[in-house]
Structure formats: structure tokens, C-alpha cells
Design a protein around this ligand. Sequence first.
Ligand SMILES: NC(=O)c1ccc[n+]([C@@H]2O[C@H](COP(=O)([O-])OP(=O)(O)OC[C@H]3O[C@@H](n4cnc5c(N)ncnc54)[C@H](OP(=O)(O)O)[C@@H]3O)[C@@H](O)[C@H]2O)c1
Length: 294
Amino acid sequence: MIYLAGGTSFLGKRVVEKLLSSGKDIKCLFRSEAAKHKLVLLREKNKEKLDMAGGNLYSADSLIYGLKGIDMAIYMVRLEYVDFVKNFLDAAGKCGLKRVVFISSTTALLPTENKFKKLKLEAEDLIKRSGLIYTILRPTMIYGGCGDNNFYKMLNFIKNKGFFVIFGSGKNLIQPVHVDDVAGAILSVLDNPAAFNKTYEICGEGALEYDEMLKIVRKKLKRNFRIIKLPIGASKFAVNIYKKIVKKSDFNSDQIERMKIDKAYSYSEAQKDFGFNPIAFEDGIEKEIREAGF
Ligand SMILES: NC(=O)c1ccc[n+]([C@@H]2O[C@H](COP(=O)([O-])OP(=O)(O)OC[C@H]3O[C@@H](n4cnc5c(N)ncnc54)[C@H](OP(=O)(O)O)[C@@H]3O)[C@@H](O)[C@H]2O)c1
């Protein structure tokens, strides 16, 4: 049986579906009635066995009941919550868990210092020193399907407003990865000794300039929306004002600053060790547009 922390996340949902359809027995951690309900729906949709265990990463003790008798797990909760990682490792040690796949992110590789990079690296270091047989996967920005917090929001915005705003020159590189490729990578490394005690970058087929990516979105959406470019400095000023007016804003000026950075990576190690072969953005976004009904 495979234990999942974060099985109710956007990524976790695809991983659950893939594990069940490949005949694996799984047990998912849930911390609220809402999360339990999501899992019950997934179980009904897949008509398969899916166990559930209540608990919360705030406490190692609450995880022990669910982890007893488990020898393999997938951890899909943000690694910047370092105390959660400590609690999980503590419970894993007490229960004799042997093998865990952890999902980090390429934020850990950013060339500039920031809070999230520091915390993710701290968590990765704890994992590497835990004695578990680990694999750490670092995806880039993940997209695909309705729950995608990145491109789904963008497509919705474009559909409703008829324009899109780029912060900066639009020449920065991005390499988003489709959620099915990330879920597939998790399944490929689970019991693959070639991936034991290793860390991999998991990204889309090729890096694209932000401008170029928007041209593909325009072509696939079959909608001629306007693209407005705002210089980084002006964008940060505008975001700070917006944040003062709309308290619950998704954006902050650090995020705008990070948009200047090229986020291009190599997946050659993943290709060599477990045949990782991601789809091109052009195909992935077409799939998302079709599946989400845009
Ligand atoms: N989304 C991306 O673009 C992206 C990119 C790179 C890497 N990643 C990594 O991929 C993984 C999944 O990301 P996501 O965006 O799909 O996640 P998400 O939708 O933000 O979901 C977070 C998950 O963590 C669980 N969780 C949070 N606090 C918890 C607690 N105290 N106890 C137990 N469970 C708790 C949530 O449970 P509830 O359902 O109860 O809230 C949920 O299942 C993360 O490790 C993330 O760093 C994501």
C-alpha cells in the first residue's frame, strides 16, 4: 500500500487517479472533512479501493496511525513548511517507513536568494539526511486541467477580459510542465532503484520566451486578445497599490521581480534514469483548453 500526503492537492488528484488506474492500493492523508469529501468523490469516480487516514502535518503523532504498516509514500505538500517535513520524517522513523518520493520545486534552484528557496533547500537537506530511500522531484510551474492555479487562471482572465498583462520584457524563459507528466514521473520513480537517493528537475519539453508562450496560447485559444507589457518597476509599484486596495491579492512585488529570471532547466537525468519524456507546451495547453472547455 502507498501512503499519500497531499493527495487532495491539484497534483495529488492526478497522482491518485494514475495510481488507482494502475491497480495500486493507496491510503491518503486528510486533515478536514472537505478534504475527506474530495477523496470520497475520487474513490467513487475511479470505482477502486482507496483508504483514508485522518491526521495533520502539524503533529507527528497524528500521522502514526495512518503510516503504520506502510513501506512506501509520496509527499506532495509544499516543502517550505519545514516543520511539516520534520513531523513527517519523525512519524516515518517511528513507523519504519522505508521509501518516500518528495515533491519540491525548481524554486530551490533560483539564482537569487529568497525565503522559499531557503526553506525548500532546508527541507531537502533534512530529507537527504533522514535515512529514508528518497527521491526528490523538482517540477517547474505545473499546468493542465481545471485545478491548475497558473494557466487555468490565465485562460479565464483572457476569456473574461480580452487582454493579458506581461510584467517585464516578455523575453524571460519559462518551461512549464504538464500535470500528467509530473504524475507520470512520480509513478516511474516509485520503485525504480535507478532513482533512489537522487534529485531530479522535472520540466516541460523546451523553454519558451514568455512572449512566445502567449502567442501559442493565442493560437490554441483561437482568440486574438491584446497583450499589454508593463515594465518591472512600474509593475511593482502598481501591485503594491493594488495590494493596498484589494487586500487578498495573489501577487506581490517579489513575484514580479522573479519574473525577470529565466527559468529553463534540463531533464536529461530524468530521461536517462526513468525515461521522462514530457509533452511540448503547444500540445499540453491545447489539452488544457479542450479539457477545461475554454
Ligand atoms: N502547483 C505548482 O505549479 C507546483 C510547481 C512546482 C512544485 N509544486 C509542488 O507540488 C506539490 C503539490 O502542489 P499543489 O500546487 O498541487 O498543492 P496544493 O493544491 O497547494 O495542495 C496542498 C496540499 O497540501 C495539503 N496540506 C496543507 N497543509 C496540510 C496539513 N497541515 N496537513 C496535511 N495536509 C496539508 C493540502 O490538504 P487540503 O486538501 O486539506 O488543503 C493539499 O493536499 C507541492 O509539493 C508543491 O510544492 C507545485
